[in-house]
Write a protein that binds this ligand. Structure first.
Ligand code: CA
Ligand code: ZN
Length: 301
């Protein structure tokens, strides 16, 4: 039987003192229903960002307490199925995003759906590729608003975080207190105008600890690659640390000699922006799994 957390079980900051919305054992499947990043406040093109209640932005559904997880454990969250509602919303906001200094007009655009495509202004059809913007676990201490990404996860807005991906976190507290929200029907790397195709959705997932002590988290595994993710006040800092973290994974965990790791990171690794518009910028370093196989390393199944 699958446990469901409805989208009225929301929180707005990752916090060790949150009351769990659900307790499940490791490996048990959970269905989370998520709101869009505006908690559904923008329903038509007449609803502008200026009317928003900012206390209801970036909600995450949860948190889910995972039994048997201890603070410090590495937790793998497998995203088994990620789907989005059949419409999405985007906004422009003067002063926000990379174009903030150029944009004069506040606008809300409602994007429809048609046979697997997001339809932009009846002109441009873009294949739906759902991803999760806000996903994480409670930090060991402090309260981190959902809009802010960090080592606990949060608003990473990484286009790799979708169906089939595993996201690894280090539990800050017992039970981890996992939650997610802020789905996008589609988004480009960078999220430059300040949003993707913001949509409500559902996530079917399961979580369990894995024996990977010292894994630099957040860490991602897709069908073909692994990635380190890091968020910092500037893209320069985030890029450097995401790169160093991949080198540490390849040497300390996958067992590669440092110079091999460095040369291969330069040959087949890819440094990419996740988002450059949140309070901290997020960068990832991608490395192909088939190369890990050449060094006889396999991630836990
Ligand atoms: Ca976001
Ligand atoms: Zn979003």
């Amino acid at each position: 039987m699958i446990h469901t957390v409805k989208r009225d079980k929301l929180f707005f900051a990752f916090d060790p003192h949150l009351e769990p919305a659900l307790r499940v054992s490791q490996g048990q499947e959970v269905l989370l229903e998520t709101h869009d990043c505006f908690e559904g406040q923008l329903q038509s093109e007449a609803d502008l960002v200026e009317s928003l209640d900012w206390d209801h932005v970036n909600p995450a559904t949860g948190p889910v307490y995972i039994e048997g997880v201890k603070a410090g454990d590495v937790l793998r969250v497998k995203l088994l199925e990620v789907s989005v509602a059949d419409h999405a919303v985007m906004v422009t906001v003067p002063g926000e995003g990379v174009l903030g200094g150029m944009i004069r007009d506040m606008e809300t655009a409602i994007l429809g759906f048609d046979s697997g495509n997001v339809v932009f202004k009846e002109k441009v059809r873009i294949p739906v590729k759902p991803m999760i913007g806000v996903i994480g676990v409670a930090p060991a201490e402090g309260r981190i608003p959902n809009g802010v990404p960090g080592t606990h996860g949060g608003n990473m807005d990484c286009t790799l975080i979708g169906e089939g991906t595993s996201v690894f976190f280090t539990a800050g507290v017992d039970g981890a207190l996992f939650g997610c929200g802020d789905m996008h029907s589609v988004m480009g790397d960078g999220e430059v105008v300040v949003c993707g195709a913001e949509a409500a959705g559902t996530v079917r997932m399961k979580a369990e600890t894995v024996p990977m002590p010292g894994l630099p988290t957040p860490f991602l595994e897709t069908k073909d690659l692994v990635a380190t993710v890091f968020s910092a006040p500037t893209t320069d800092e985030a890029a450097t640390e995401a790169t160093l973290r991949m080198a540490r994974f390849l040497t300390d965990i996958a067992g590669m000699p440092l110079n091999d790791a460095g040369m291969l990171m330069s040959l087949v690794g890819h440094l990419k922006f996740c988002q450059v518009v949140d309070p901290r910028k997020t960068v990832r370093f991608e490395f192909p799994k088939w190369v890990l196989g050449k060094y006889d390393y396999q991630l836990p199944r």
